[in-house]
Design a protein around this ligand. Structure first.
Ligand code: NIG
Ligand code: FE
Length: 414
């Protein structure tokens, strides 16, 4: 039997609960639910009570809660959620980065056989244990920055065995970090050069030989595909996504990064999210805004490639739901600093604090179909982060340099 442990944290200058916000559309800071001089009472791994500190104090004392008295001013938020990363990989692509800065484009490097394929070669060479170790290291760096839930994609294996190796490595990494890793199968990342057969033969093989193992071993509940000129065309992916949906996987799409077409696929398959969208125009924005598919901006990929940002303002004004993720990967987004990237996206796209912070908390939770986190509310996981400041606006204002100094995951101090 599990023993019950209560912890009472406070007083917290401002607790931003991120609760009570609409899931879709533009947000104003006035809509943020802020509790001044707050207390959070944790029962084991969940939030048991949240409210004004002195209102909860007598209860906390009477049940014998461990009292965590905060010294100084803090702003509390739900643990950040990075809903799109590729942190399981071998090698580095610093060579590509230098080439891009010398004028060769990402797509040109890909067409010449480098880019993602280079990382596939490095990742195939690495052992499962080595990949798990590298993933844990990157996840722990994120956790230190307050990111308590991290989506992690495969997609650098591109064969039955190597995709399974990656997803087993992500599972092993999840057992060895305090952060929660949410795996996604991205076997449809780019066409594998060494596969004997057509693209459709490859996807058929993955669907037949990988999908059932993902379910049996609990390796992933989500299927992703990169729809792009150098990757997969909408016609290639239809029956693959159809099968994935029949088995009950959530669909997510790398869409409209350089050319449009992916967002239509995402909406047609009722995907949980369409990510990238740097190339989306008015037609795609309208399409996404009128769907339940969450738009995910990846400012780290714009910074890594030196290209325009996702039209986040237009998406929100049209009524879309917008999450923001780091896309941390060795090619297009090597930085991996979610808060910095989300804050800077806010500067360029004129986003409110509420829109930026919702994009990396409650709206990111929805993009991963996780109902148990993303807000500070009774019954949610006690994933809590505390910034040493007295005003929540300092967080985006300092553009990522102000980091949380206290992080709790599942009710435990990290
Ligand atoms: O989301 N666009 C495709 N995939 C990744 C990049 C992966 C890589 O360059 O290694 C992305 O940007
Ligand atoms: Fe990506």
């Amino acid at each position: 039997m599990q023993t019950i442990k209560y912890t009472f944290i406070g007083p917290i200058r401002q607790a931003l609960t991120m609760a009570r916000l609409p899931q879709k559309g533009a947000l104003k800071d006035e809509q943020l639910h802020v509790i001044q001089e707050a207390g959070i009472l944790i029962k084991n791994e969940e939030i048991y009570e949240i409210g004004p500190y002195w209102d909860l104090y007598p209860e906390a004392q009477s049940i014998g809660a461990e009292m965590v008295n905060l010294k100084g001013d803090f702003v509390a938020l739900p643990g950040f959620i990075d809903c799109h990363t590729h942190i399981c990989f071998g090698g580095s692509r610093s060579k590509d980065y230098a080439m891009r800065n010398a004028g060769v484009s990402y797509l040109e490097i890909a067409k010449a056989g480098g880019g993602i394929w280079d990382t596939v070669t490095q990742t195939r060479k690495a052992s499962l244990e080595k990949l798990a170790q590298l993933t844990v290291k990157r996840a722990n760096r994120h956790l230190k920055d307050g990111i308590t839930t991290i989506e992690v994609k495969s997609g650098y294996g591109l064969s039955v065995e190597d995709e399974l190796k990656m997803l087993r490595a992500i599972k092993l990494a999840n057992e060895n970090t305090t952060a929660d890793l949410i795996p996604t199968c991205l076997a449809a990342h780019i066409p594998p050069k060494d596969f004997q057969g057509t693209l459709r033969d490859y996807l058929k093989k993955i669907a037949e030989e990988v999908f059932s193992i993902l379910k049996e071993e609990g390796l992933a509940n989500r299927i992703d595909a990169f729809i792009e000129d150098t990757a997969f065309a909408p016609e290639d992916i239809n029956s693959y996504f159809q099968k994935a949906k029949e088995i009950g996987f959530d669909i997510t799409v790398h869409a409209d990064q350089f050319h449009t077409g992916g967002s239509q696929v995402a909406v047609d398959f009722d995907a949980i999210s369409a990510d990238h969208l740097e190339a989306s125009g008015d037609k795609e924005i309208e399409l996404l805004a009128n769907s339940d598919t969450i738009s995910v901006a990846l400012p780290g990929a714009s910074m890594g490639l030196g290209v325009a940002y996702t039209p986040a303002r237009k998406l929100l004004d049209a009524g879309a739901s917008l999450a923001i993720a780091s896309d941390w990967n060795p090619g297009s987004a090597p930085m991996g600093d979610l808060l910095m990237q989300a804050s800077v996206l806010g500067t360029f796209e004129k986003l409110s604090n509420a829109e930026v912070l919702a994009g990396i908390t409650c709206r990111a939770a929805a993009a991963l179909n996780l109902a148990d986190r993303g807000t500070l509310e009774i019954g949610k996981l006690a994933d809590l982060i505390f910034f040493p400041t007295d005003d929540y606006r300092e967080i985006t204002y300092q553009q990522g340099k102000l980091k949380p100094s206290i992080v709790y995951k599942n009710g435990r101090l990290v």
